[in-house]
Design a binder for this molecule. Structure first.
Ligand code: 13P
Length: 233
């Protein structure tokens, strides 16, 4: 199992240092990945998880003010990086083509991308779910070698589920996972969206889920411990 923690734009320096001390006490048989906000990456100091990032530039190192290049992430020990999170697709208007470039840049530096895909409530209700997921995956992976496709991690995060407490049924999750698996047969697929220590008992019945991308729960190490305990036992 993979447990990826997406801190989003939370935790100032002082808060992060305290958080990291708490996270250091989390025992986990799964592969845990911490994706802190960019400024906190320089303060990573954990041995129980891999170091991750939440975003990378479409460009290489050079004259791109405010951007963080994949080679810079690598130099800080980052091994995984989220790309195409729905918050960036919405707020920064990231396109599937941008995301494809980011994935290539990450692979050039040996960093594993975690590609987020998912639909809005309206897209689901109007029958566009499969088309949206398919497009997000096919465009983002168009120029990848088969080895790069094999190593990719995909996170299915229904947009209507992020931070809302609403989660799809296991049948709904399975339907999307089957679609993703049909497009990328050997890729690991995670679920993200309001997953927590209360609903993990139900979610873990879904045998296709190979891990979780956690937002809110990532900020609560004590609840995270309960989540992991329930997931792994
Ligand atoms: P929540 O777990 O807070 O719903 O966030 C999910 C998410 O967006 C992780 O990337």
């Amino acid at each position: 199992m993979i447990i990826a923690l997406n801190n989003k734009s939370n935790l100032n320096k002082e808060e992060f240092l305290k958080y990291q001390e708490e996270l250091a006490t989390v025992n986990c048989n799964s592969t845990m990945i911490l994706c802190a906000s960019p400024l906190n990456i320089a303060n990573y100091n954990l041995t129980n998880c891999y170091w991750g990032a939440q975003n990378v530039s479409t460009e290489s190192v050079g004259a791109h003010t405010g951007e963080i290049a994949a080679s810079q992430l690598k130099s800080y020990g980052v091994k995984y990086c989220i790309v195409g999170h729905s918050e960036r697709r919405q707020d920064q208007k990231e396109t599937n083509e941008d995301i494809a470039k980011k994935i290539k840049n990450l692979y050039a530096e040996g960093i594993t991308p975690i590609l987020c895909v998912g639909e809005t409530k309206e897209e689901r209700e109007s029958g566009k779910l499969n088309a949206i997921i398919k497009e997000e995956i096919l465009v983002a992976t168009e120029n990848l070698t088969s080895e790069e496709k094999d190593n990719l991690i995909v996170a299915y995060e229904p947009i209507w589920s992020i931070g809302t407490g609403l989660i799809p049924t296991n049948d709904e999750i399975e339907e999307v996972f089957k679609l993703i698996n049909s497009l990328l047969p050997t890729t690991k697929v995670l679920y993200g969206g309001s997953a927590n220590d209360k609903n993990i008992d139900e979610l873990k019945k879904c045998s296709l889920i190979e891990g979780y991308l956690l937002g809110g729960l990532s900020l609560k190490p004590e609840n995270l411990k309960v989540f992991i305990e329930k997931l792994e036992n």
